[in-house]
Write a protein that binds this ligand. Structure first.
Ligand code: BES
Ligand code: MN
Ligand code: ZN
Length: 495
């Protein structure tokens, strides 16, 4: 979708559709009042009759309103003014999107300044609206043989605002477009089945993102190189797979070479059968999404590259399948990680931490200012927090606080769980330095405890996105989270 700016009076706009908000007191927005006046009170007569009460999400399409230049007016309820918040703003935009897709309008004009939202400025509303509208266009139909639906709906949305706000607005729009482009890549990678989206495929896509981009370099290590680096833990996961593992490094250099980069490490298990500790069959197909952490790293680097941000960011993606096989790792096997610490693998289904620990050790080589890992790591994260926020844990207060704040800014929420020392005891092994599982209690925390043993040398945060990276059921599909959160965090480090 295209986005543009308009500065004309609402009654003079030659758009296919004017989007006018109405609050619950049946009160027309400022631009609504002008349209009302030009149409000799037509809108007021409609709200008086009770055809539009202003309830949040209610819509009413009015064709051929006399006295104005636009072809249609879409009245949209935005609820009580005092109830307007980030979540209701999101709901408002999605009701606009569905009403517009049901009508023939090719372009529409929106008045972000008409919506009062405490603590959020115009740029925020423009960026959020642009992001939501752009994301609503996402479709994954590349594997359906029927004609791909050429979208007939909205092609262009214009934000109408004062000329003095134009430069802020342009910036907000381009940020939203970059984030949306990143989310879309992340969703495609997530949605692709594991017979297509292999470690090799992710490596190829990472290279594609870097194609023609001077600031982004991609380097892919194969299994032989990982062996030389002594990544015994990572390789113990790929041992059971016919697909070769890859360690994909994406380096974006937007600032001086000496500036320490932000490192993003994403779990890229392209299919998680559980290995010899085989998972039950129900919904196992969803384990194709077990590389959504990796996908969010590729997506975030795409967004950063598109914005050409003046900062250094590296993405590190350990990518592998987790399969049962004659050569697969067995429960009880002991491996030596790149850090030198030994691990007793009591459950081969706790494989995410096994690939992340070596990637986290490797990350130190970039001398990062901080490291954020992103992983669909534990079902326990869904038990603890459901599917609303991602879980965050880490060893640095200001990094965690910065991530939490970023999540609030862009409506991609995270919630902290405690990483207290007491939990470390659950990882005791009789035979090695540690076990790879910590029992039933606090599974998300003990997984993070495991990772914390490999991240002592830098500021580190861990995002468990098991509950947020994809949706199940009728809407099954990747969400693109936490690309918005990560990109916002990086933007905040630039500003
Ligand atoms: N990829 C899974 C985690 C997962 C499961 C995410 C279901 C989303 C939905 C991970 O590799 C895994 O299997 N974790 C185990 C850990 C356990 C063996 C300690 C889990 O969560 O059951
Ligand atoms: Mn697993
Ligand atoms: Zn997994």
């Amino acid at each position: 979708m295209e986005f543009g700016l308009k500065h004309n009076a609402p009654e003079n706009a030659r758009s296919a559709c004017q989007i006018i908000t109405v609050s619950q007191a049946r009160k027309l927005s400022r631009s609504g009042q002008r349209v009302d006046k030009a149409s000799k009170g037509f809108l007021t007569s409609i709200t008086r009759r009770g055809d539009m009460e202003g309830k949040l999400g209610q819509t009413l399409l009015l064709p051929d309103v006399s006295g104005i230049s636009a072809q249609r007016v879409l009245l949209v309820g935005c609820g009580k003014e005092s109830d307007m918040n980030e979540r209701n703003f999101t709901r408002l935009i999605s009701s606009i999107v569905s009403a517009l897709s049901a009508c023939g309008a090719r372009d529409a004009e929106f008045y972000p300044g008409d919506i009062g939202l405490k603590g959020r400025d115009l740029a925020w509303k423009i960026r959020q609206a642009t992001l939501l509208m752009n994301n609503s266009e996402y479709q994954f139909d590349q594997l359906k043989s029927g004609k791909t639906s050429t979208s007939k709906g909205l092609r262009r949305l214009n934000h109408n605002l004062p000329r003095s706000d134009a430069s802020k607005a342009k910036q907000a729009i381009s940020e939203a477009q970059a984030i949306s482009a990143g989310m879309s890549i992340a969703r495609d990678l997530g949605n692709l089945p594991a017979n297509i989206c292999t470690p090799t495929y992710i490596a190829r896509q990472a290279r594609l993102v870097a194609k023609g981009e001077k600031r982004l370099r991609v380097n892919v290590l194969d299994e032989a190189a990982m062996k030389r680096l002594k990544m015994g833990s990572l390789l113990s996961v790929s041992a059971g797979s016919r697909q070769p593992a890859k360690l994909i490094c994406m380096e974006y250099r937007g600032a001086a070479a000496k500036q320490q980069p932000i490192a993003l490490v994403g779990k890229g298990v392209t299919f998680d059968t559980g290995g010899i500790s085989l998972k039950p069959g129900a919904a196992m197909d969803e384990m194709k999404f077990d590389m959504c952490g990796a996908a969010s790293v590729v997506g975030t680097l795409k967004a950063v590259t598109q914005m050409q941000l003046p900062i250094n960011v590296v993405g590190i993606i350990p990518a592998t399948e987790n399969m049962p096989d004659g050569l697969a790792t067995k429960p009880g096997d002991i491996v030596t990680s790149m850090s030198g610490q030994t691990i007793e693998i009591l459950n081969t289904d706790a494989e995410g931490r096994l690939i992340l620990c070596d990637a986290l050790t490797y990350a130190a080589k970039f001398k990062p200012r901080c490291v954020i890992d992103i992983a669909t790591l534990t079902g326990a994260a869904i038990i603890a927090l459901g599917k609303v926020p991602s879980a965050v844990l880490g060893n640095n207060r200001s990094l965690i606080d910065g991530l939490i704040k970023s999540g609030q800014q862009i409506e991609d929420k995270i919630w902290e769980l405690p990483l207290w020392d007491e939990y470390q005891d659950q990882l005791k092994s009789n035979f090695a330095d540690m076990a790879n599982i910590g029992g039933r209690d606090a599974g998300t925390i003990t997984a993070a405890c495991f990772l914390s043993r490999f991240t002592r040398d830098y500021k580190w945060a861990h995002l468990d996105i098991a509950g947020t990276a994809w949706k199940s059921g009728e809407d099954k599909g990747a969400t693109g989270r936490p690309v918005p959160l990560l990109t916002q965090y990086i933007l905040n480090q630039v500003k």
